[in-house]
Design a protein around this ligand. Sequence first.
Ligand SMILES: *Cc1c(COP(=O)(O)O)cnc(C)c1O
Length: 498
Amino acid sequence: MYYMSTRDTSLKFESAEAIKKGLSEDGGLFVPSEIPSITKAEIRKMIGMSYIERANLVLKKYLTDFTDEEISDCTKGAYGNGKFSSEKVAPVVKIGDEKYILELWHGPTCAFKDMALQILPRFMTTSMRKTGEKKEIVILVATSGDTGKAALEGFKDVKGTKIIVFYPGDGVSDIQKLQMITQEGTNVYVSGIDGNFDDAQNGVKAIFTDEKYGDMLFKSGFSLSSANSINWGRLVPQIVYYISAYCDMIEMGDIELGDKINVCVPTGNFGNILAAYYAKKMGLPIAKLICASNRNNVLTDFIRTGEYDKNRPFYQSVSPSMDILISSNLERLLFDICGNDGSKVKTMMNKLSKNGSYKLTKTLHKKVTNLFWGGCCDDYFTKERIWKTFTEVGYTLDTHTAVAVDVYEQYVNETGDKTKTVIASTASPYKFNQAVLSALGEDAENGDDFELIDRLKAKSGMEVPKSLSELKNKEVRFDGVINKTEMPELVKQALKVK
Ligand SMILES: *Cc1c(COP(=O)(O)O)cnc(C)c1O
């Protein structure tokens, strides 16, 4: 198997090269030349296996240039050694007759990004060794909150890498900020910028595309890379947990091998739900993929009308990790439904960057609606869903997962579909404690974050993740906030380049 660009299929690489590069030089994303299949017999074999064993089996099908030993070193390092607070890594919890929550937030930073960012650095260093890379890899990240911390935890003290994270000084929650500025590790660097997420993102992009600057770093022994969700090494580990969830539901005795399930995902950059799509294409019996958005509902409109149009207001919501108007990973879906026609994808992406919109043909739109159902939910209904779910079944949802549960209920109301459905839960409620507390009718205005955590514990009875309660006593290491024009200079300083 090889990897090619979604905009030019003549650009082909092995997976190690694709992971190291991150993004194809023509601006396209790397996709596998074919989607491998998973047979019923293989799924049967996976029942009773540990998460790590399941991951080994699935990843092997995609990373065909990696040895078995290399893959199992990566999975053990990422998901073993008690790094995840659940022995199952990604456990499935039943909260209704047809409703199953797939908890993806038991990793070190309490958001689902850990599922991919714990293993990406291991893929990256393995890929560097395999391709004979001698430079030190510098990971540059602009974050709206969850990615930065998850990338820092994943890359900390990983040999041959350095990581620099920029966060918007006025855009992240207090807990998210504390998580980052107290980061430990000898190869990490964190800085606030005076601006919003777009400013941070544009600053990082400017560094990536400045050839002279890149040459200067290269001569000093560094090569820039990204931990963004466009990297194939971040997407492929996400396929594993949908297959694992299916096996768990068989183990629970709730489905039989071959039964269809639906999957519902709270969506931002379209990475998580795309992984479920790949699992379906591999042969996992998934019927409908339900795409849930918050008030930034560009994907709902896209699925319903066939037109992607980002020319609309941007809203800040209580589910900030889904506040996105350009869902980058959608490009991979387009490539697939176009029958791997890179030139068609290129045309659509050019329209998107020029006019902010593009429209699918009727045939392509039909393909999308056969696969996906799209829905959205604003902050009011997000909070109401948190309250309802807690009152009815005693389960506490975070704001992102609540969007998904609400959209799932809309789907059932509209279609009457009784298929058992896995709803991806992407964050611990403790990470968004203020919104969750106020949804539950508790005082969320008075007190610092740690008091809010205590209050949420008293209300929900859920265990507080150790990594969050420990923040209280951590030393602040990176309290700087710079002007956005100073970003290139800060990178030089962090790397000690003259
Ligand atoms: C990143 C994130 C999402 C969105 O996931 P995508 O793969 O970008 O669609 C949803 N919820 C949380 C908590 C996240 O951190």
